[in-house]
Design a protein around this ligand. Structure first.
Ligand code: NAD
Ligand code: ZN
Length: 359
């Protein structure tokens, strides 16, 4: 497994496996066996995988309960957390018990936040089943839920004790969800590893055919990169902001489209806008800019959006940034696989990037 720093001298492993068979041993290795466990999942994932996960855990858990909530971002709020607390109390989970998050980022964020707060914090492990959760949300320790209309407004930093990926689960994932995960994969390459970016583009056919060996390699590299960034800057005081490449304008589009486009699709659109602004500054060549568009298109991700007013996108982009104490943090690229934080991007530059994606 890949070892990732949790805090101080503590590490947690990330496993890349086919099937759930190796989970029991992984749990024993971390000394997490013999505990009461509660599997948290959603209405799409539980019918597919809860039974096999349960049997995989049966030899290492002293009891197993299951909490299933309605799939979708709409469930990622405090009411679901309350229902889960009730389930945990009912199942007599204590300080030594373990929450097992089985699902995509919604399940991981919600189960992780519940684990962070129940009894002032109990252990949890992640069993991510979407590509997005495997390459992004299950690593880094951010957990939380939405509050009113605000995304991820309430949360906590809480690292998992173990992340276990059964890559077979990707076989049931809808194509569109897979594409969204690829948006984050492309982003990861663009941030700091051009060789990886080209690798992902070159092997597009086999990656999309779900060649599990290639996927393991690809997902592992994403985890390595994200874990490295997070380890150097756990609380997002500097470098971690690079992970927001494509997300500044991407978030604005996501909001204005009223969440009709999925997150990963908006990230792709945001990547193209950021690439365009970088090209206009002379940081990227025309050819590099095209390679970034091509990467998105290869993976069936949109590179533009229609029906939005550029001024509104600009306003939404700037509003998003106000959350960071008014300082304008934009991530630019100065090559494929090279990015940096820039605080001098002007409204005119933003608008030019926005106009590029609105045609
Ligand atoms: P999701 O959890 O809603 O999963 C997407 C859809 O796929 C859901 O309908 C789900 O039921 C279904 N699904 C999941 N696994 C499946 C499988 N193997 N087969 C068939 N269907 C499956 O969404 P997501 O895209 O995984 O995650 C998005 C969430 O992650 C957002 O709430 C976002 O805020 C959060 N996020 C968190 C972080 C972090 O650092 N904590 C980072 C990025 C995103
Ligand atoms: Zn994202």
């Amino acid at each position: 497994p890949l070892q990732v720093k949790r805090s101080g001298d503590f590490y947690y492993p990330i496993y890349f496996e086919e099937g759930f068979e190796a989970l029991a041993d992984a749990i024993r290795t971390e000394g997490l066996d013999g505990r009461k466990m509660c599997i948290v999942s959603d209405t799409n994932v539980a019918p597919l995988y809860a039974d096999s996960l349960k049997s995989a855990l049966s030899s290492v858990a002293s009891s197993i309960s299951l909490f299933v909530f309605e799939a979708g971002e709409k469930s990622k709020h405090l009411r679901t957390v309350q229902d889960l607390y009730e389930k945990l109390i009912e199942s007599e989970l204590d300080r030594k018990s373990l929450i097992v998050a089985l699902g995509g980022g919604v399940v991981g964020d919600l189960a992780g936040f519940s684990a962070a707060t129940y009894l002032r914090g109990i252990d949890f492990i992640q069993v991510p089943t979407t590509l997005l959760a495997q390459v992004d949300s299950s690593v880094g320790g951010k957990t939380g839920v939405d509050f009113n209309q605000y995304k991820n407004m309430v949360g906590a930093f809480h690292q998992p004790r173990l992340v276990y990926m059964n890559l077979q689960t990707l076989k049931s994932l809808p194509d569109m969800q897979f594409a969204c995960g690829m948006g984050e994969v492309l982003k990861t390459g663009l941030i700091c590893d051009g060789t990886f970016y080209h690798f992902v583009c070159k092997h597009q056919k086999n990656i999309q055919a779900l060649d599990l060996e290639l996927l393991a390699q690809m997902i592992r590299r994403c985890c390595e990169i994200k874990a490295g960034v997070v380890e150097r800057d756990p609380k997002e005081q500097g470098e971690r902001a690079l992970l927001n490449l494509g997300h500044t304008i991407g978030h604005a589009v996501e909001k204005l489209m009223d969440f009709q486009l999925l997150h990963g699709q908006c990230v792709a659109i945001g990547l193209v806008a950021a690439a365009f602004i970088s090209m206009k500054r002379g940081l990227l060549t025309e050819n590099e800019y095209q390679q970034i568009r091509t990467g998105c298109e290869l993976y069936c991700l949109p590179v533009h959006v229609s029906g939005l007013d550029p001024q509104k996108v600009l306003a939404a982009t700037k509003k998003d940034k106000k959350m960071e104490q008014g300082s304008i943090k934009f991530i630019l690229m100065d090559g494929i696989g090279k990015s940096f934080i820039d605080r001098s991007v002007t409204d005119e530059e933003l608008l030019s990037g926005i106009q590029e994606i609105l045609q």
